[in-house]
Write a protein that binds this ligand. Sequence first.
Ligand SMILES: C[S@@+](CC[C@H](N)C(=O)[O-])C[C@H]1O[C@@H](n2cnc3c(N)ncnc32)[C@H](O)[C@@H]1O
Length: 387
Amino acid sequence: MNQKKFPLIIKTQAGLEEILAGEIKQYGGHDVKTLRRAVKCMADNNTMYKLNYCCRTALRVLKEVHDFEASDEESLYQGVKEFDWFSLLDISRSIAINATISGSKMTHSHYVALKTKDAIVDKFREKFNKRPNVDLENPDLRIHIHITGTKCTVLTDSSGDSLHKRGYRIRQGEAPINEVLAAGMILLSGWDKKTNLLDPMCGSGTILCEANMIARNIPSGYFKNLFGFMRWKDFDKEAWEKIKEEENSNIQPLACKLMGSDVSMRALSLAEEILENTEFDTDIELKQVSFENSKPSDTEGGIIISNPPYGERMKKDDIRAFYKMIGDTLKTHYAGYEAWIITSDSSALKSVGLRTSRKIQLFNGPLECRYVKYELYKGSKKAKEIS
Ligand SMILES: C[S@@+](CC[C@H](N)C(=O)[O-])C[C@H]1O[C@@H](n2cnc3c(N)ncnc32)[C@H](O)[C@@H]1O
């Protein structure tokens, strides 16, 4: 049966829009268009479930349910109220509202969220003399209102918790990289899932976890128990179970070596615990060694993807010396490898002293970062140093 299609806005981190658009097409989204920190597409219910389950670079999948024009609080209130909220909600369910505004006379997002909430609860009160509750932490239905100029769009959040919370992280390490960013970095590198992959400053092992899931085709939502759409009135459990079953049937054995090392034993123990928690920890090697003292465990070459410590915790001179050490170690020991490094400290990157063959702007939370590639040639075509 052909299901009804509707517009979705899928949020991501800046710099990952094209990668996300590719994932959305792969999993059945139509009319895919990249926006800033988001991608828009048309999809049916099953595709919406699949995008939540499979898109590694998606943070939230929002469904557009209503739009209208409003230039002030009163027209906003009326516009929200005219929608058939009874089709999505009943009194026993709780709600939370998020508002984002640009170029509108209404400038306070908190007030817009409050006015939206008033319109919804008044609609229920007028009909039933009762109203749904607000639960900011754990609502049944998270509603987003986006206002651009006078255009107001109401969206429902089918993800619930942000999708970067994959469900495998048992506790936080020091400065872990966001899972969506880690997956985006691996996909941006064009890794073929067959070449051996190493993160020599792996910390709690996020890059290794994401690489492991990518290489084995484990859906990004495999370890998650709850998605927002499961608490919706129209949740189709049968369709959801079928989608999971289909996607899980593509899980395959690892066809390469995944390796992680770190100078800190504490970080490595956490990486080991987290990887074990994924049940797919076989064939992943973890080793305690500082990068400067490390050597590849084989001579086949491979790919390095890593986020070394950022500048904030280190003194300027130390950080220069540290990045010089990274360059020297890559040049001396890792011929035949390609190395991808992300850092928010672009001046420290100069101390690496190797020519970059690609430079991509990404964000780690609010921090603007450079994601750079070095090609470390074997034999006569040695790593090109900056002259
Ligand atoms: C920004 S953290 C990496 C976080 C990691 N991507 C995660 O998601 O948990 C940087 C890591 O580099 C490690 N490190 C610092 N100096 C090192 C060195 N000389 N050799 C190897 N690892 C080092 C730290 O112990 C820390 O775990």
